[in-house]
Write a protein that binds this ligand. Structure first.
Ligand code: PEP
Ligand code: MN
Length: 340
């Protein structure tokens, strides 16, 4: 349930509502928008249904939120949430580019990737130090050594870092080196991990599960938001369907749908979405056209030698070419978005 205050409602009027809610043992989450304050009730709201909030001064109306996610819902927070990554704004209408290899392999490789990524306009460097591999015998990541390389390379090129955290045991370690915590597709429903990253208060990029429905994905975000962490970034990375010609099926309809249902930004990962490098650029452009707040793509100085996901990595030339196309679509989208 949410209580929507009238535009211009006073702080005192808001306080009265909060006190009334707390009296019943529930908690509140305030959303102070440009026009209105919305008070979200957290806890078992069944005991509140008989409270005539509408008759309190300053209250416009009350709305029962029927879906199971609340803080993540646009009903609760009508304005877009802009995630601030140490000054870098994600979801403010600009396009945030993230690029880097699938796996961190060496300092030289990361420095080269950072240079290539930055030249194309990326502000965030990606790379995995803890790799969720299908085979237990495949390369599992350089762990802390890798984290040091990605941090050093990003710092040299004045970029932010995004890297995956696979478990609670390594959360503190990963958090020490990264700016954005990536929750991989295989962990979208690892609720204890979601709660733990929620508690850090750090930006969290939440990948869609391999077979995750939109509703499950929104509920996964709710686990993070319920810890008071409103720095969630959705990442559409494709879902498993009957189609095997591509690695996954990139569900671009998720972009406008997530934007309709939630206030958190969403970015697109065309690399894992298709798994084939020459299909990445058209799907990246399409992701921007769908209204994404950013892209995350895999690049490698020599994809044939990549330790993981080589077939979907772009090299310096193909990445630079893709970025020219992306920037054209980015500009066009400013005009598209201006038509209201
Ligand atoms: C990755 O980003 O390298 C990765 C493992 O992605 P996903 O969790 O989407 O499979
Ligand atoms: Mn990968």
């Amino acid at each position: 349930m949410i209580v929507i205050m009238k535009p211009g409602a006073t702080k005192e009027q808001v306080k009265v509502i909060i006190a009334r809610v707390k009296k019943e043992g529930l908690d509140v989450h305030l959303s102070e928008g440009k026009e209105q304050t919305i008070i979200g009730l957290i806890g078992d709201t069944r005991k509140m249904v008989d409270v005539a909030f509408d008759s309190y001064d300053g209250v416009e109306n009350t709305v029962r939120i029927t879906h199971t996610y609340k803080l993540t819902s646009r009903d609760f927070h009508p304005d877009n949430t802009v995630v601030d990554v140490d000054g870098l704004k994600i979801g403010d209408g600009s396009l945030t580019m993230m690029a880097g290899p699938c796996s961190i392999e060496s300092l030289e490789q990361m420095l080269e990737c950072a240079r290539i990524a930055k030249e194309g306009g990326a502000s965030v460097l990606r790379g995995g130090a803890f790799k969720p591999r299908t085979s237990p015998y495949a390369f599992q990541g350089l762990e802390e050594e890798g984290l040091k390389y990605i941090r050093q390379a990003a710092d040299k090129y004045d970029m932010k870092v995004i890297t995956e955290v696979m478990d609670e045991a390594n959360l503190e370690l990963v958090a020490k080196y990264t700016d954005i915590l990536q929750i991989g597709a295989r962990n979208m429903q690892n609720y204890k991990l979601l709660q733990a990253v929620g508690k850090t208060g750090m930006p969290v990029a939440l990948k869609r599960g391999i077979a995750g429905t939109i509703d499950e994905w929104l509920n996964a975000a709710e686990y993070i938001a319920a810890q008071g962490n409103f720095k969630v970034i959705f990442v559409e990375r494709g879902i498993r369907t009957y189609e095997t010609a591509t690695r996954n099926t990139l569900d671009l309809s998720a972009v406008p749908l997530i934007k309709k249902l939630s206030h958190f930004p969403i970015i697109v990962d065309p690399s894992h979405g298709v798994g084939i490098w020459d299909l990445v650029p058209p799907m990246a452009v399409a992701g921007v056209a769908a209204g994404a707040d950013g892209l995350i793509v895999e690049i490698h100085p020599d994809p044939a030698k990549a330790w993981s996901d080589g077939p979907q990595c772009l090299n310096e030339k193909t990445y630079a070419k893709m970025m020219k196309q992306v920037h054209i679509m980015e500009k066009a989208m400013q005009e598209v978005k201006a038509i209201d």
